[in-house]
Write a protein that binds this ligand. Structure first.
Ligand code: UDP
Length: 252
């Protein structure tokens, strides 16, 4: 078999050229990093779990008509996706105060926010992905005003969908990050959700106990990251039992 062309290797994924023009293959690694890669480890099974969970969430977005890059899962670790030009911004939506918001404003973790807050961070590891304003984004031409309006609308729709989905399985969606890319079709372009949606890029707390089921388990040494991600996958019925996947179990 011909060797695939690697397009890009990031901290948690590798992107290869896809079989058709306009496609890529996204490979999920077992590597976990935090604090701008100052903390690193390999967590066996993480790549397969994130591949499966991201597939599940992206398929849900497709069903709601929220455009995204996912085409199909190829195997345990790989998925076929539309190729996009990634906008160099992390789009963060917050429902509850946590992480950098608490640090920046001295808020207590867990404080509910009066409305969802959308933030943008400029994607540059050497700068630590700094928070930027719409003024910066427009002045430096990272995105147009129309792109910004579209990105905010997409991010809030993803938030509504993911919050409801998580609520149904007893999980609170505290915050999450998405990446958005431009997909070109002839002379036209549209913005679509790209990258991944997984416990690596969300904060997920058990609704009853507050137990963390996301990458904070790794960031703060709170236990087994693989166990936490497996618990999320189980709640959506994605872990095989006797080779049968059961579908989500709604909580009361
Ligand atoms: N996030 C991410 N990648 C990043 C930065 C943040 O996926 O490079 C996610 C993070 O997991 C959390 C949300 O975005 O769900 C908000 O993160 P925050 O700004 O609080 O930063 P952190 O505390 O993770 O450094």
């Amino acid at each position: 078999m011909a060797r695939r062309t690697k397009i890009y290797e990031g901290k948690a994924k590798i992107l290869y050229e896809g079989p058709e023009p306009g496609t890529i293959v996204q490979y999920f690694k077992d590597d976990a990093t935090a604090f701008n890669a100052q903390k690193k480890d390999t967590i066996e099974g993480k790549g397969a779990l994130n591949n499966r969970l991201s597939e599940y969430f992206m398929l849900g977005l497709t069903q709601l008509g929220i455009p995204n890059h996912f085409i199909k899962r190829l195997n345990m670790r790989e998925q076929l996706c539309h190729k996009v030009e990634i906008i160099p911004l992390e789009v963060i939506v917050r429902n509850v105060a946590a992480g950098s918001l608490c640090k920046m404003l001295g808020m207590e973790e867990g404080t509910p926010l009066p409305r969802p807050i959308v933030e943008f961070c400029y994607k540059d590891d050497s700068l630590g992905d700094p928070l930027v304003s719409e003024e910066h984004i427009l002045a430096f031409n990272w995105a147009s005003q129309q792109d910004l309006d579209d990105m905010i609308a997409i991010a809030l729709r993803v938030n509504d969908y993911m919050s409801g989905l998580m609520y149904g399985v007893g999980i609170k969606l505290v915050d999450f990050k998405i990446e958005i890319g431009r997909q070109y079709e002839g002379d036209y372009q549209r913005l679509i959700v790209a990258d991944e949606i997984s416990p690596d890029s969300c904060r997920l707390w058990d609704s009853k106990t507050g137990e963390k089921l996301d990458k904070d388990v790794f960031r703060r040494d709170l236990g087994s990251l693989a166990d936490a991600y497996t618990e999320v996958a189980k709640r959506f019925g994605l872990m095989p039992t006797n080779n049968v996947t059961e579908g989500p179990k709604l909580v009361e």
